[in-house]
Every structure is written in C-alpha cells, then in structure tokens.
Design a protein around this ligand. Structure first.
Ligand SMILES: [Zn+2]
Ligand SMILES: [Zn+2]
Ligand SMILES: [Zn+2]
Length: 322
C-alpha cells in the first residue's frame, strides 16, 4: 500500500501500490510524492503518466526518487534518465533540502489550480502550458540530453513523454519547440549539430568506404610506398619480398623510411572477386542502422540541437492564461 508519512510539516506519500497498478493518487492528500518501487520500467511508466496528466496538481506535484534505489535502476540501461522525468533523487528523506522547491510549487498551485480549465487548450497548447508550468516552477531551462535510446541521439525527456512512439516523440517535440520559438515564446541557444538519416531521422549510422565500381564495402587497404631514387610509387605488397622491401622497378633494397622511401597514402583493393578494382579514394556510403537506407554523406539531414528557455513574451503568455 502507498503510505503517508509526516516529515517536518510535509505530508510525504510513499508510492508503491500506485506504481504497481499504474494509478495516480489523489494529489490533495499529500505535499510530495516519493517513489518507493524497485522496478525502473514501472517507475518510468508511472512518471510519464504524471507528466501526461491534465491536472495541474498532478503534473506539478514534486516527485522524488530515493537515492538508495539508484544503483538498481541504473542496472537497466534503457531506464537511464528516469530522474529527468521527476525532481531527481532524495537521500535519506532529507526533506528540509527540498522545502524551498515544495513551497514554490505549492504557492504556484494555490494560485493557478482553480483558475485553469476555463480555457480549452488544444493538444499542443496543453503540452506547452504544462511544460511551462513545470519548468517555471522548477526554475529550469528545457535542456536536451544525449541518449542512445532516442532516434536522433538527443532527447527532451519531459516533452517527449507526451508522445507514445519513439518516432513521434522525436518529431513532434521538435515541431512543438520550434513552433513556440517562432512565436517568440521561447528563446534558444545552440548546443550541437546532428547528421541524420534522410529517410527515418535516425542518428545511429554506419559510415562505410565503398568500391566506386561495384559498391562493395569489403575493401582491403594497402599502404603505398614511394621509392625516392627512382620515383616509383606502388602498393606495399608489390615491394614485399621475404620480409624485405625491394623496389619492383629498380630492384633496390629499401632500408630506411624517410631516407629511402616514404608512404604517400594508401590504395584500396575491392575484395569482391568478380571486381578486384584498385583505387585511391573510396567514396563513403552511410547506412542507417534503423531503417537500412544507404545514402551519401551529402544526403544526410543536418539538424541543430538547441536548449530552450522562456522569453518575456512567453512568461506573460503562459502566466496570464488564468
Ligand atoms: Zn533511417
Ligand atoms: Zn568492386
Ligand atoms: Zn626504385
């Protein structure tokens, strides 16, 4: 069962049953929620449910994970970042460290909870409004995080929690933020540049050197050798004779790199037996791990990653909705 304990003047709800049964508790019964469940995937589902709630008292509720459970959560790679879906960790129920946050959220909820709801918000507006309420009360910017589990390699966990597939989460959270930026509700700051699959937007890409003739990427790279005295240049394999380097043109023995010879680069041999093409500069073909589309590097989609914060116009817009 979920249990309420009193710590200082705060009523702390220890979440156990609610997480197991994926039900949201009554937000009026306690001041703060603390996760008391070992399964990170269940916790994740539950935290996303909180974020998706239309009730300001629910989606703004201060929610903490217990530091004591952290190691267990992190054992599951795919559940990294659950702390980004709530207010992070608390150690030994040290609630006094969180009092400022609790009071700030409580003040905001008291002020706005009753007045919201006159205005019917569309799906996107509702997501922006609840995101604003959260980031405003937490005094945070909307910062993207690097993630192997997102499509592009970056994620906005809290915004993406509103969408149900990894593709939609990536696409619509970006559209949402971009829209708010173009309406001057958000300001943005450049963080990173991504190169993504032009077909699916995936960022997990395999760059391969290929044979320009048959497109095979089963190539062998051989260093070139340049014999100074006779100016002959050829693959190292042409020089090798019983562990020694002998110039195939002038038959001299090559002893000292830098004095007798150097290596001006490499040559490639296609290992496709029906091709055996030899060439200097292999083109690059990029293969998407997710959708297996092959593409040239210039066909990749270049995307900028930004961190967002609310503008003065944004503050006024989202605060005056009451
Ligand atoms: Zn792809
Ligand atoms: Zn080939
Ligand atoms: Zn030579």
């Amino acid at each position: 069962m979920d249990k309420i304990v009193q710590i200082y003047d705060k009523r702390v709800l220890l979440l156990d049953n609610s997480i197991e049964e994926e039900t949201l508790p009554d937000p009026d019964l306690s001041d703060v929620w603390v996760v008391n469940h070992h399964s990170p995937s269940k916790v994740k589902v539950f935290l996303k449910k909180i974020i998706r709630s239309e009730n300001l008292k629910v989606y703004l509720k201060p929610v903490f994970l217990q530091r004591e459970f952290k190691k267990g959560y992190e054992y599951f790679r795919e559940n990294l970042y659950i702390e980004e879906l709530c207010d992070g960790y608390i150690e030994n129920m040290q609630m006094q460290e969180k009092v400022q946050l609790l009071d700030r959220v409580n003040y905001f909820v008291q002020k706005y909870a009753e007045n919201r709801g006159h205005k019917q918000l569309s799906g996107d507006e509702a997501i922006l409004q609840s995101s604003f309420d959260y980031y405003y009360t937490r005094q945070k910017s909307i910062i993207p995080l690097k993630s192997r589990n997102s499509l592009s390699g970056y994620t906005h966990p809290r915004i993406e929690a509103h969408f149900f597939s990894i593709e939609n989460a990536d696409k619509y959270s970006r559209v949402l933020l971009k829209g708010a930026f173009s309406e001057n509700l958000l300001d943005r700051e450049f963080i990173d540049t991504l190169h993504l699959c032009h077909h699916c937007g995936g960022g997990f890409l395999n760059y391969r050197e290929i044979c320009p003739k048959c497109k095979s990427h089963n190539l062998k790279m051989i260093p070139l050798i340049h014999h100074f005295r006779c100016a002959y240049i050829g693959p190292k394999t042409d020089f090798l004779y019983k562990d020694q380097l002998i110039c195939p043109k002038c038959s001299s023995l090559l002893l000292n790199p830098g004095v007798d010879y150097d290596s001006p680069g490499s040559t490639f041999i296609c290992k496709n037996t029906s091709c055996n093409n030899q060439f200097q500069r292999p083109p690059i073909l990029v293969s998407c791990v997710d959708c297996e589309t092959d593409q040239s590097p210039h066909e990749l989609v270049v995307r900028k990653v930004y961190k967002y914060s609310f503008t003065e116009k944004g503050l006024q817009h989202f605060l005056s909705l009451d």
